[in-house]
Write a protein that binds this ligand. Structure first.
Ligand code: SAH
Ligand code: SF4
Ligand code: F3S
Length: 512
């Protein structure tokens, strides 16, 4: 789970190129209350944490749309502010309270002007701390957990009249997905040319450092037919890539759900089913657990051209002793064999990972084993964190915590190695011609930016019309953070979705 990627993403920033024309009518008609009962109100959602939270933020905008809420990027104007929060590390959780301090002042200013500003805390801090949020920040109107946000409209309706913070951190037996409307709110972060789609929720793995099984509850997979219907709607609205999300996404096992099919689909089966959607060019999935990488899923990386050759496969540590203490359920060797099998199926596959350094009891020898594993794998990119003790998790109870300065020194050693690998990986792209899915305008006027099959951002000088399509670009320059390229001139040359060598048909064509 890339919990840092999306930190601070805001709902409301309309992305260029997201089939805006196609969506405009739909968004406008769905947002405007039909019986004139609700005046247009403004919603500001600030998202912390992983992609799952980005997806949930968009879904919260959907459930609030029928109440007349439309997104704004100006927090001062908001009638309702939602903080969608993350509890994964202490810093992430504490950020919420400093944010709330700022919001309290804003709320007062708006109230002085005779306007309301409702404050809602959603997401994993809401789930983990529930009543504590209400106690520490009594000016918060609503606290709602990730399983209960389909009830937001009722909570919002009551909040204006209530004096107390309303808290709902229940984990209802029924799936919230059965209560969410279709994508009413239109373009949102995480819903564009590349769109997130949550297919699996919760986690049963119970790694000893992790809060997710407690904040998100038990593993649950959405029925494949429901996922497919949502994917088709996203594609009809302009999505060309879908990123399937789950805390443990490769544990997916959803009811097939077709009229004739009473069976179950695993992730490989679901990918096959979604790949048949016309107009969908690319599929990705995140985050996977090494224990749930099945042979069928590994094969899919070699056989399904729409499945991109990139995989985020967190290992956390290279020491078997630490892996066992983390309850990861695999050894370093088993992970390396998985990497071998993935590379045999798809020699180009680029790998990414998460690492925790300074897990309780980690010795210098353990840490060296992590460095050795990293050197053996050669990652395209990776995220690394200092261990953070989380209340209620088994590792937090241990009495052999690693001193902060030791953990910090290890983290910077690891990050140096990972940074070098990333630099090498990007530098290796120079002069290659790659199919790029253009998603948005670049930083400078006249530029557009998109992703290579390997997840790197690449920008070229080019027209906005490119946004929403795959085009070939030749890489001119590489930095650790991305690539610069030029559109390959020979439109019409046959290319392969991965390396520019075969059929163009599945790629949406090169715009003239
Ligand atoms: N489901 C994902 C992880 C979600 S959390 C998976 O299994 O990989 C994202 C990352 O945060 C984890 O991979 C881990 O590296 C890191 N993380 C989780 N708990 C942490 C903690 N207590 N301290 C430091 N990092 C942590
Ligand atoms: Fe957390 Fe482990 Fe589950 Fe990932 S697999 S969400 S790290 S408990
Ligand atoms: Fe995601 Fe953070 Fe919750 S990583 S699942 S938002 S604790």
């Amino acid at each position: 789970m890339l919990d840092r990627v999306a930190a601070g993403a805001r709902v409301g920033g309309q992305k260029a190129g997201w089939g805006a024309a196609r969506l405009a009518g739909r968004a406008a008609s769905s947002k405007a209350p039909t019986h004139g009962e609700a005046v247009a109100k403004k919603l500001y959602v600030k998202t912390f944490g992983c992609q799952m939270n980005v997806y949930d933020s968009a879904r919260m905008a959907d459930v609030l749309a029928p109440l007349g809420y439309g997104s704004t990027t100006e927090i001062e104007d908001a009638d309702l502010v939602v903080l969608n929060t993350c509890h994964i590390r202490e810093k992430a959780a504490e950020k919420v309270y400093s944010e709330l301090g700022r919001l309290r002042a804003l709320k007062r200013v708006r109230e002085k002007g005779g306007n309301e500003m409702l404050l809602a805390v959603a997401g994993c801090v809401a789930q983990a701390e529930g009543e504590e949020v209400a106690a520490r920040a009594p000016f918060v109107d609503i606290v709602v957990g990730p399983q209960a946000y389909h009830r937001l409209p009722a909570m919002v309706a009551r909040a204006s009249r209530a004096r107390r913070t309303a808290v709902d951190t229940s984990m209802p037996a029924e799936s919230r997905f059965d209560h969410l409307p279709e994508e009413l709110a239109g373009p949102q972060p995480g819903r564009g040319v590349s769109s997130f789609l949550t297919i699996q929720e919760g986690c049963d793995r119970f790694c000893t450092f992790c809060v997710v099984p407690y904040t998100r509850g038990a593993e649950e997979s959405r029925p494949a037919a429901e996922v497919e219907a949502e994917a088709r709607r996203l594609v009809a609205a302009g999505a060309r890539e879908i990123v399937l999300l789950g805390q443990n996404v490769n544990a997916y096992h959803g009811a097939a759900g077709g009229e004739t099919d009473a069976g179950e689909l695993d992730l490989a089966g679901l990918i096959g089913r979604l790949a048949a959607i016309q107009g969908l060019e690319r599929l990705r999935y995140t985050t996977s657990h090494p224990r749930d990488m099945t042979p069928a899923l590994i094969r899919a990386h070699g056989e399904e051209p729409k499945l991109m050759p990139f995989l985020h496969l967190p290992v956390q540590s290279g020491s078997d002793r630490v892996l066992a203490a983390m309850n990861r359920g695999h050894t370093a060797d088993r992970y390396l064999r998985l990497v071998e099998a993935l590379r045999a199926a798809q020699p180009e596959i680029a790998l990414s990972s998460d690492f925790i350094v300074g897990f309780p009891g980690e010795t210098e020898v353990d840490f060296e084993a992590t460095l050795a594993l990293v050197r053996e794998v050669e990652y395209a990119q990776a995220f690394s964190f200092k261990y953070s003790a989380r209340p209620g998790t088994p590792a937090a109870e241990r009495d052999d915590h690693v001193p902060n300065d030791v953990a910090a020194a290890r983290l910077s050693r690891l990050q140096r190695v990972l940074d070098d690998q990333k630099r090498r990986f990007n530098a290796g792209m120079v002069r290659r011609t790659l199919p790029v899915l253009f998603e948005r305008r670049g930083r400078h006027p006249g530029q557009v930016a998109g992703r290579t099959p390997f997840m790197q951002w690449l920008h070229v000088d080019g027209d906005d019309a490119l946004i929403g399509s795959v085009a070939l670009a030749t890489v001119i320059d590489a930095s650790p953070n991305g690539l610069a390229g030029a559109l390959a001139g020979s439109a019409g040359a046959p290319v392969n979705a991965r390396d520019g060598t075969a059929d163009m048909a599945s790629m949406g064509g090169i715009p003239a």
